[in-house]
Design a protein around this ligand. Structure first.
Ligand SMILES: [Zn+2]
Length: 805
């Protein structure tokens, strides 16, 4: 049954689309290409369908339960006066986790009916409604009137919106959830709450009214979604107002929130990567809905800046944890890569919009790479462990976590995965775009009539895709089949990454077993013909194993290659490699690599096998000792599912890039202990890995953060008695942003008859940054040495390396 749209103001608006329960208002301007909604695409493959099932069976109930357990649902009850406002959760944007969980649950209801879940959502929505103030305001942290209000809410509504309050951010996620819930269930309950809130925003904000922009963007896309459903142009105008206000004088303007200049004057990606990418997505929406050319020019430029200089091979964006932000051009560190899960999800949203604007497959190339790698890595195979940052190298310090105090990535993954079928197809009148290769059955309404498309494929492990085209009646339309960049030796658009392997194999395309007549247009093989029921299109993509080299300007990837097969990027991980070590491995650029499908490993993956060598330092020589070994690579998205481990995406082909095993020195043969208990950090002290400088986060280090102003120690117990007379120590200092600085002072002791005696040094205890502090002392014969460290008054300290001679 179709529900009535509440109000359709202009004559140009009329009800067009009525699939199942969902009505949207038809509007004059929109994206020239429209996605085929997730409601029409039923995924039945061996890759995504099981992941969507884990999301439905594990992730959605888990996240909803966490929202309950952590008090996020209670926030609403407090605002409704059903619980005393004596406590609250940590962040003013915690309301959004519940909205996102409802959004994900709504999508999943569309894939599979679940009356119990639908009923539970009804009760949650009733709680949300009860927390809404009578004029539509919905922000539990203020409404609950806590005796001690949260520091971010401000003394009155919107006061701190450009900075910290997140009132409009909460609204944006509410609207996104409401649109999904309405689309999936046909129920107006959450939509009505959203509309009431949006009407308040329309009344409150605008030129000459309250002039504030959202500190954290997303209300823009939320408003355009409500506009499409209701036809209320005020929502679109408000989205444009929020964008146009940024960077105008008299506001809290800063790069961090993309308000350093007006949005139409922005040409590069800067600041907080999630805020930025949600904003570019909102700009695309407004550009599509208004025809604004200036917005389009700005996001086209920004897109090139990201594609050419600021995206990881995994599709991750936002290189630095410092402000969760885009880094400088080509600054793409591996171990300290931030690449937040939310930013990967936002990157999918943005690139799908860029495709809908331009119809070019290069945007789907970015989307697909992000989807199969830097986004999917955000959730464990079990569905209940999550990454916030998604690094490209690890010494074991990175593990997924069950929850974060700031839980954005968890709830974002929860909502994104079940919406994934909405990215498979798109259409424009009689042009049907096949963007992703996913086994599925879909009903699509073209101008020429209805058509059912069945995709049969074992993608991403195999390149063969069979499409059965079943038009309701014989009809003519153009099938645009995406030929992925990776199949044409182009890992990503731009020249950031190049395919070193340069396979000469090409794709083949058949219609009913005969070579297809097609034309290549914007990256698509376009077959324009009259289709009959049962016509078969066979696409064979060359699933070669590619070695990818980064642009010379990317220092972190120098003398390294990355392996990929189809859209999947690979990595080396401890459990599959000798001695559980991967950082010491070197693989020749010309090494033969073999792909083997392992059905029982990591829920079924194709692994890559090759010969390589492990490297080890030796005493009194700079030459490395190399020994041949088998090397195994797994899909990047599956790493960190088997406990703490080393991991590396960019594999050294030159030993200079490897981290060799240490030579047998006094230090490396010693047993390490310290005033903190962390075996992984102990290995840092004597791994003979030279940091580039004190703040080098890609080198391993031991630290005492968050302690400060205390006396700490590290100790070497030698393998036997040695006579020593020199000590060198390299401090870790991640100032000015981090919590570690060089120490206030330090002292060195040796063990004599179970007592610690200070050495008699002939040179003084210097304290330096970016180099070793060396002291020479009267030779002592001992079995152990201790380094005592006085932390600065306001900071911790760390140690990269400690050498004894
Ligand atoms: Zn996040």
């Amino acid at each position: 049954m179709c529900n009535k749209v509440s109000r359709i103001s202009a004559i140009t608006l009329f009800v067009l689309l009525c699939t199942r329960n969902f009505i949207s208002a038809q509007i004059k301007n929109d994206y020239p290409i429209q996605p085929v909604p997730f409601t029409q695409v039923h995924v039945i493959d061996n890759f995504w369908a099981p992941k969507i099932k884990v999301n439905a069976d594990v992730t959605i109930p888990y996240t909803l339960n966490q929202c309950k357990k952590t008090g996020r649902i209670d926030n609403f009850l407090r605002a409704a006066g059903k619980l005393p406002p004596d406590t609250m959760t940590a962040f003013t944007f915690d309301d959004t986790d519940l909205y996102k969980a409802i959004e994900g649950a709504s999508y999943s209801l569309q894939a599979k009916r679940n009356p119990a879940l639908e009923k539970y959502l009804d009760t949650l929505i009733a709680d949300i409604a009860a927390a809404q103030e009578s004029d539509g305001y919905l922000y539990t942290f203020r409404t609950m009137k806590a005796a001690k209000p949260h520091g971010w809410v401000g003394s009155k509504r919107w006061e701190k919106e450009e900075d910290l309050s997140h009132e409009l951010y909460n609204s944006g996620h509410l609207y996104e959830a409401a649109a999904a819930h309405y689309q999936a269930t046909g129920k107006r309950t959450l939509l009505d709450i959203a509309v009431k809130n949006a009407d308040l925003l329309v009344k409150t904000f605008g030129w000459g009214k309250e002039e504030k922009f959202p500190g954290h963007q997303i209300v823009e896309t939320g408003l355009t979604k409500l506009y499409r459903i209701t036809g209320k142009k005020e929502y679109l105008d408000l989205a444009k107002f929020f964008l146009d206000l940024r960077g105008t004088p008299g506001h809290f303007n800063q790069e961090y929130s993309q308000s350093q200049v007006k949005v139409v004057d922005q040409h590069t990606a800067v600041g907080h990567a999630v805020r930025a990418t949600y904003m570019y997505t909102g700009m695309a929406d407004v550009a599509a809905l208004t025809g604004d050319k200036q917005y389009l020019a700005a996001i086209d430029d920004i897109w090139h800046d990201v594609a050419d200089k600021k995206i990881f091979i995994t599709g991750g964006i936002g290189a630095t944890g410092n402000g969760e932000a885009f880094g400088k051009p080509y600054d793409l560190p591996n171990m300290t890569a931030y690449a937040e899960t939310c930013a990967a999800i936002a990157n999918v949203y943005w690139n799908s919009r860029m495709f809908l604007l331009h119809g070019d497959s290069k945007y789907i190339d970015v989307l697909e790479r992000t989807l199969y790698n830097g986004l999917l890595s955000g959730v464990s195979l079990s569905g209940d462990r999550f990454f916030y940052p998604n690094p490209l190298a690890s010494l074991g310090q990175h593990q997924r976590s069950g929850w974060f105090s700031c839980a954005c990535c968890v709830s974002n993954m929860t909502r994104f995965l079940p919406s994934m079928p909405g990215y498979v197809y798109a259409q424009n009148k009689n042009d049907l775009y096949v963007n992703l290769f996913v086994g599925s059955e879909s009903d699509i309404a073209l101008s020429s009539g209805k058509v059912t498309i069945i995709q049969n494929t074992n993608y991403p492990w195999e390149g063969k895709n069979e499409l059965t085209v079943n038009p309701a009646k014989r009809s003519s339309f153009a099938l645009h089949i995406r030929i992925p960049g990776w199949a044409l030796n182009k890992p990503l658009p731009g020249d950031l990454y190049n395919d070193e392997t340069k396979s000469t194999k090409s794709f083949t395309l058949l219609v009913n077993n005969q070579p297809a007549k097609y034309e290549m247009i914007k990256g698509y093989a376009v077959i324009d013909r009259t289709w009959n029921r049962g016509d078969k299109v066979s696409l064979h993509l060359p699933m070669d194993i590619e070695k990818v080299i980064a642009n010379d300007s990317v220092k972190a990837d120098k003398n390294r290659f990355a392996l990929q097969m189809g859209p999947v990027v690979y990595c080396l991980e401890s459990p599959d490699n000798k001695d559980a070590a991967v950082m010491n491995i070197v693989v020749d650029k010309n090494a033969a690599v073999q792909a083997i499908y392992k059905p029982d490993m990591l829920n079924g993956v194709t692994v890559l096998q090759m010969k390589g060598s492990s490297t080890k330092r030796q005493l009194n020589s700079d030459e490395l000792i190399k020994s041949e070994q088998d090397v195994v690579a797994i899909p990047y998205y599956t790493w960190a599912n088997r406990g703490p481990s080393e991991m590396e995406v960019w594999i050294p082909y030159d030993a200079s890039a490897a981290r060799p095993k240490p030579a047998p020195t006094i230090a490396s043969k010693s047993k390490v202990s310290a005033s903190i208990n962390n075996q992984r950090m102990y290995r840092a002290l004597n791994d003979q890995y030279e940091p580039a400088d004190s703040r080098d986060g890609s080198a391993s280090y031991l630290h005492w953060w968050p302690k400060k102003n205390t006396t700490e120690w590290v100790q070497y117990d030698f393998d036997s008695s040695h006579t020593v007379s020199e000590s060198k120590v390299y401090w870790f200092d991640d100032g000015p942003w981090g919590g570690c600085r060089i120490p206030a002072s330090w002292k060195l002791f040796y063990k004599k008859d179970n007592e610690w005696i200070e050495v008699k040094n002939s040179s003084s205890y210097t304290v330096s940054k970016d180099r070793y502090d060396t002291i020479k002392f009267e030779p002592v014969t001992t079995t152990a040495m201790k380094l005592q460290v006085q932390l600065p008054v306001d900071f911790a300290t760390g140690i990269h390396e400690w050498i004894i001679k």
